[in-house]
Write a protein that binds this ligand. Structure first.
Ligand code: SF4
Ligand code: SF4
Length: 192
C-alpha cells in the first residue's frame, strides 16, 4: 500500500483524511482486537480469492488501523470475502477477518458508501430474503430473483442445468416448521 499526505496521484492514498475513531468502531462492532495483527501476510497467502480483491485481507486491516475509512469501506475485498475462515485458521493470532469484513460491510451499507461489488450484495439480499420467507434457502428462487435483478438470464445457464441434473436445485421450496422463530429473528433485522 502506498501512502501519501496528498491526493495528487490516483495510486496514492491521502492519509490526511484519517478518521481516528474508525478503528475503535470496527473493533467494537466486530469484537476483534485488530492491534494483534503483525502484518505477517499469512492471511493473504492462504485466501483463495485474494487475486480478485483490490486489497488483500492484511491490507484491509491496515487501512482500518490507519483510520482510512473511505478506502476500507469502498474496498472490493470486503465483499469478495466468502467467510471461509482459511485466513483466520492460518493467522498466528487467530484474527477473525470475516467478522471484520462483516463489520465493514454493515458500516458501508449504513453510510451509503458505493458498494464495490453490487452484484454480491444483491446475491446476499436474495439469500436473506429466502431465509426470511422459508426459514431456509431455496436456491432455485434465489437464482431466479438474482438474475431478474441483474437482467442477466443466460450467463450461468450451463451451471444451472448441471445442478438440475444432479438434483441440487429443487423447483419448489420447503419451509421450516419454526417460522415463528425465523420471523422473530427478522423482526430485528436492519434494512440492507
Ligand atoms: S495472518 Fe493475522 S497477523 Fe498475519 S497479517 Fe493476517 S491478520 Fe495480521
Ligand atoms: S474468509 Fe474471506 S478473507 Fe479469509 S480466506 Fe476466506 S475469502 Fe479470504
Amino acid at each position: 500500500m502506498k501512502l501519501n499526505t496528498s491526493s495528487t496521484s490516483s495510486n496514492l492514498i491521502d492519509i490526511s483524511r484519517r478518521d481516528s475513531s474508525f478503528v475503535d468502531r470496527i473493533k467494537r462492532r466486530s469484537g476483534v482486537n485488530l492491534d494483534l495483527c503483525w502484518h505477517c501476510h499469512s492471511c493473504a497467502g492462504g485466501c483463495p480469492f485474494v487475486t480478485a480483491m483490490d486489497y488483500p485481507p492484511n491490507r484491509v486491516i491496515r487501512l482500518v488501523q490507519l483510520g482510512l475509512k473511505k478506502e476500507a469501506l469502498e474496498s472490493s475485498g470486503i465483499w469478495i470475502c466468502v467467510g471461509c475462515n482459511t485466513c483466520s485458521v492460518q493467522c498466528p493470532n487467530a484474527i477473525d477477518i470475516p467478522a471484520v469484513n462483516d463489520a465493514l460491510r454493515e458500516m458501508a451499507i449504513e453510510e451509503g458508501v458505493a458498494v464495490a461489488e453490487p452484484n454480491i450484495l444483491a446475491f446476499h439480499r436474495e439469500v436473506l430474503n429466502s431465509i426470511e420467507r422459508y426459514g431456509r434457502t431455496h436456491k432455485f428462487e434465489i437464482m431466479l430473483r438474482y438474475k431478474l435483478r441483474r437482467r442477466d438470464w443466460f450467463s450461468d445457464m450451463a451451471v444451472g442445468l448441471k445442478m438440475f441434473a444432479k438434483r441440487k436445485l429443487e423447483l419448489l421450496p420447503s419451509r421450516s416448521r419454526d417460522m415463528k422463530i425465523i420471523k422473530g429473528l427478522f423482526g430485528h433485522k436492519q434494512t440492507v
